[in-house]
Design a protein around this ligand. Structure first.
Ligand SMILES: N[C@@H](CCC(=O)N[C@@H](CS)C(=O)NCC(=O)O)C(=O)O
Length: 204
């Protein structure tokens, strides 16, 4: 059986929603990131980087990184394109989310990771928020005229949903992003999303 190590409100929410969508039995293992549970020796054995998500596979091995976990779950649960070009496009979107959108937000939440100079922290946060907002507007453009990021619902959708909730958390004017807001509303109609939003106590 799969097990997911996740932190409420973190990027692990994407895999959490996919697992709920799947209907397959899995073990949810909630972690308290504010208390630093991700940096305990026990968790560092699962992921030496001390982060979530971590997926424990059927054979007991651990898999880290959204860019690996989400395609793996997508293939397992048929929430991933089979056509090679469409698959490449899905990888492109996942890469953009993981390597541009997520790190922009990390500059807001974890500015101390980017400088040792205390006086530089506010500037890093401000710029991170501006860049994050720019990416959210780009995502809004990607969703123009579409229901989902791909031709049908896929693991990209819960991943995109996570950044919407982070925009709300940072009090960005998310309502102005009409396509992205409609996507968030479609996500919230899905029972898997509803269950996770309740479990992780997400305000959206
Ligand atoms: N590149 C990783 C990033 C994972 C990551 O940064 N996770 C955050 C939550 S969104 C985390 O575990 N933060 C805890 C910490 O930084 O101490 C991925 O995409 O899986």
């Amino acid at each position: 059986m799969l097990a997911l190590y996740y932190g409420p409100g973190a990027c692990s929410m994407a895999s959490h929603i996919v697992l709920e969508d799947s209907g397959e039995k899995y073990e949810p293992r909630k972690m308290d990131l504010a208390k630093g549970e991700q940096r305990t020796d026990e968790h560092l054995k699962r992921n030496p980087l001390g982060r979530v998500p971590v997926l424990q596979l059927d054979n007991g091995e651990f898999l880290a990184e959204n860019t690996a976990i989400l395609p793996y779950l997508g293939k397992r649960f048929k929430m991933w394109p089979t056509d090679p070009v469409k698959e490449a496009k899905a990888m492109s979107t996942i890469g953009y989310f993981a390597s541009s959108v997520h790190p922009a937000h990390a500059h807001v939440g974890r500015p101390e990771r980017y400088t040792a100079d205390q006086s530089a922290l506010p500037g890093i946060k401000d710029m991170g928020l501006k860049t994050f907002h720019t990416y959210l507007k780009q995502i809004d453009g990607m969703l123009a005229g579409r229901e989902w990021f791909g031709d049908s619902y896929s693991v990209l959708d819960p991943y995109g949903f996570v950044f919407y909730t982070w925009g709300v958390r940072r009090e960005l004017p998310m309502g102005e992003l009409k396509n992205y807001t409609a996507h968030k509303d479609r996500m919230l109609k899905r029972p898997g999303t509803q269950k996770v939003v309740e479990d992780e106590k997400i305000k959206v």
